[in-house]
Design a protein around this ligand. Sequence first.
Ligand code: CA
Length: 537
Amino acid sequence: MGKRECVLVAAGTAALIPVLPSRADIPAGAREEQGKETPNILFIMTDDHSYQTISAYGHPLSALVPTPNIDRLAGEGMLFRSAYVENSISTPSRATLLTGLYSHQHGQRTLDRGFDTTKTVFPELLRQAGYQTAVIGKWHLPAAPHGFDHYSILHDQGDYYNPELLTPASGGMFVRCEGYATDIITDQSLEWLEGRDPTRPFCLMVHHKAPHRNWMPDIQYLDLIDEYSEIPVPDTLFDDYSTRGPAARTQEMTIARDMSLGYDLKVDRLHDTEEVPDWLKLSWRNSIERMTPSQRAAWDAYYEPLNDRFIDQELSGDDLTLWKYGRYISDYLKVIKSIDVQVGRLLDWLDANHLTENTLVVYTSDQGFYMGEHGWYDKRFMYEESFRTPLLARWPAVILPSSVCDGLVQNIDFAPTFLDAAGVEIPGQMEGLPLTGLMSGEKSDLRDELYYQYYDYPAVHQVRKHYGIRTKEFKLIHFYGQAQWPGHEDIDSREFYDMSADPHEVDNRYGDPEYAPIISRLEERLAAIREKLGNPL
Ligand code: CA
């Protein structure tokens, strides 16, 4: 593959002030202490990747476009089946990853500003211990990358086609790179790996833009599947939310009502006339007009005949929802195909360079995503599909092949895990726990329950604030807060689910006498956790 062309453009000046200590800052002793046994860390995180679309998890959707390369990590390592986030949205999740803290502790509760940059981030500690560190891809934090020898980060959410990236060498400007984002991020990751100092361990964080909305596939995979393929439909696509509180009914993330035909579903001719917010119309034009003429020609040659067929059908009601679901899922799966192929390139590089045995490879997402469950796309809720996230880890020196872990783990655990793997002391203030004992098989569980809290309201999709507790068997959620959006009411609503009896969470049993003792225990436990955490709101 030839080197991609990247040109400097004024894509927006960097509102970031790079903080990059020089290599001379690394204590000489720390560099010399690094032995060959110190593992390399390759952390691959996608944006909004549902576990339902990774074949290792066995969901029927993943059979349509399998993920053999991501699955390698499960076959040669460990599949975590109970991995969760503490706040299901991008920017807080990224701050949690770096700090090992809950959102209210690192300050990044929502997509707005908030990150407390005085908090310790794990790459900084690895760097002090002699690691070479880099982050390439989506950053999405309101602060400069800190603790990295190198970074190449996307502008804001980033674009699928011909994205702009900022590097320490680009003089505060974002540089346009021609090509598809998932491939470019992988190319740059491999370039950095090739140019590293092979005598020292590395920690490389590969942060893909994909498969974030609006799910634009690479041209080479457009023909894989389409909305007329046989796509399994979730049991809850037409959920009526009848047992749930108001939050499930007043969200704005339904495929039927909120998913746009233009920006989300690529029916270009309808984007101008449909009733959607102006920012969606602008976003669609930006997505498509940034393509090169040849990319655009291939795109239109694929979509326009299918769009003609859709317009001729004049669908409405549930038929329209099913078509939208089919287009959404088929686009999403094609975006996943690129991720899987590019993960394969990184794993092949480790093999070719004899680094597989002693490299901890982690694949995860910044949270899960709805694939039509409850009629939804997007994330945010503590309901299972967005609260859970995929997590696979391979480290042949420590993890036995085809291992499975059902212990409750959470994204607060990443920072302590990487520090522990590297033999670096975990700072006392980090809330998370290292996963290393689970990986080696010494432990099967780390904790009895998980705490979750979502704060970003009012905001796009209008999901109400909530917090809750999940044990292996049960889930208790408390929605709270004043109404700040038309049609909403002040809310103080609790929901309780028996996860083994009701895995799809359609039967809220809060107030059911049968569950009263369990709910009471969970309420007490939740109050105790919240008190310990300072009762975040
Ligand atoms: Ca995300």
